[in-house]
Design a protein around this ligand. Structure first.
Ligand code: AMP
Ligand code: MG
Length: 354
């Protein structure tokens, strides 16, 4: 059994949220309920971050195991000082540069903050979202809002209200439908309790930009190279996964395209339904195979690819596709986050071709 609720859906203007909608949503949160709302990264499943029973409902609704901690969303820096202690000096310049925005910082947790938000860790992850709906909600409630991505655990994150309902219909009190998230990938998570700080999850803020403030910053190499489930939070290799089996190809692009087309042909001959996520300029390699092809965009337009990636995987799932074929991306700029999500969608398995 999980948390059950009658799910209401309200439309909200993503630029100028209607005050009456925000008031209704804030009321649900104040009463300890769950509200899914748009943010610039992905949709969040929100609850009062200072109410441990409300936090418990998030875990039930998401069917999320007890080892994956949540991000607390804040309205201003004063709320950071309420939630966290021993802030390192770098916190100020980092937040001044990148907040509001897709950057999450892990600090030491203040003693009064429910331990369930961090699942017993003595830390807390905090982000200040930029989305007007998220900001209006935080403003109206006056308390920080714990909000993981609004999807069932291990599924691709929800980037539209329809995706939220696919996973959480009957498990969340209210969904605010404010259209598609503009980034479509989750926040970058930096652990500031380590010295030097480490990126636990690549995301919307780029490593290249962060290095301006933290030159020694690195993406935790264990996280990227180790395909085993890890003890550290949020690093499980199977994550962001559609129901279809994701086959992630890597190698020189000409050989990869041939291997993908051959694999698609073989699977289809064996009666499988195959989906291919491809770049616009590569789609021509896959015509006539009988695969369902989704173009993610042009190679150089990584923001576009990031924005549509999760939705494309979900669209193929809805069509009952058995296998999704896709190739890896260079880990440059947003390509770092995209290739991380693809690796985890593929449960860490990479098909290397030479
Ligand atoms: P989500 O909100 O679904 O995008 O996932 C939240 C992610 O934030 C987790 O999977 C972790 O990677 C990270 N996170 C949250 N809290 C902590 C924490 N206290 N320590 C380290 N990582 C955290
Ligand atoms: Mg998530």
């Amino acid at each position: 059994m999980g948390y059950t609720a009658e799910t209401r859906v309200l439309q909200v203007n993503p630029q100028h949220p209607e005050p009456e909608v925000i008031t209704a949503a804030a009321g649900v949160l104040r009463a300890g309920g769950l509200v899914a709302f748009p943010t610039e990264t992905v949709y969040g499943l929100g609850a009062n971050a200072l109410d441990s029973q409300a936090i418990e409902r998030i875990y039930l609704a998401k069917r999320r195991p007890a080892y994956d901690p949540l991000i607390a969303h804040v309205y201003d820096f004063a709320q950071v000082q309420q939630l966290a202690i021993d802030l390192p000096e770098i916190a100020r310049p980092l937040t001044e540069h990148f907040w509001p925005g897709p950057l999450t910082l892990v600090f030491k947790r203040a003693p009064h903050v429910p331990e369930s938000i961090a699942q017993g860790l003595d830390t807390v992850a905090i982000r200040m979202p930029a989305h007007p709906v998220a900001r209006a909600l935080l403003d109206q409630t006056g308390f920080p809002i714990a909000a993981p991505s609004a999807n069932t655990f291990t599924r691709p994150s929800a980037t539209t209200a329809a995706h939220v309902l696919e996973d959480l219909q009957g498990r969340v009190d209210l969904v605010l439908d404010g259209g598609a998230s503009t980034i479509g990938l989750e926040s970058t998570v930096i652990d500031l309790t380590q010295d030097p700080p480490v990126i636990l999850r690549p995301g919307g803020v780029l490593l290249e930009d962060l290095k301006g403030l933290i030159p020694q910053l690195a993406v935790n190499p264990k996280y990227l190279s180790n395909p085993m489930p890890s003890a550290s939070p949020g690093m499980m290799i199977k994550h962001y996964s559609p129901r279809a089996n994701v086959m992630l190809f890597d190698g020189p692009i000409e050989v990869v395209l041939i291997a993908m087309a051959d694999t698609a042909q073989r699977l289809i001959a064996n009666g499988k339904k195959v989906g291919i996520l491809t770049l616009e300029e590569e789609a021509v390699h896959f015509t006539g195979l009988g695969a369902r092809i989704i173009s993610l965009g042009k190679r150089e337009d990584l923001s576009q690819i990031g924005r549509v990636l999760f939705g494309a995987m979900r669209a193929l799932d809805v069509q009952g596709i058995d296998a999704i074929l896709v190739h890896n991306f260079e880990k440059i700029g947003l390509g770092e986050a995209i290739s991380d999500r693809l690796l985890r969608a593929a449960s860490g398995r990479v098909i290397r071709v030479e």
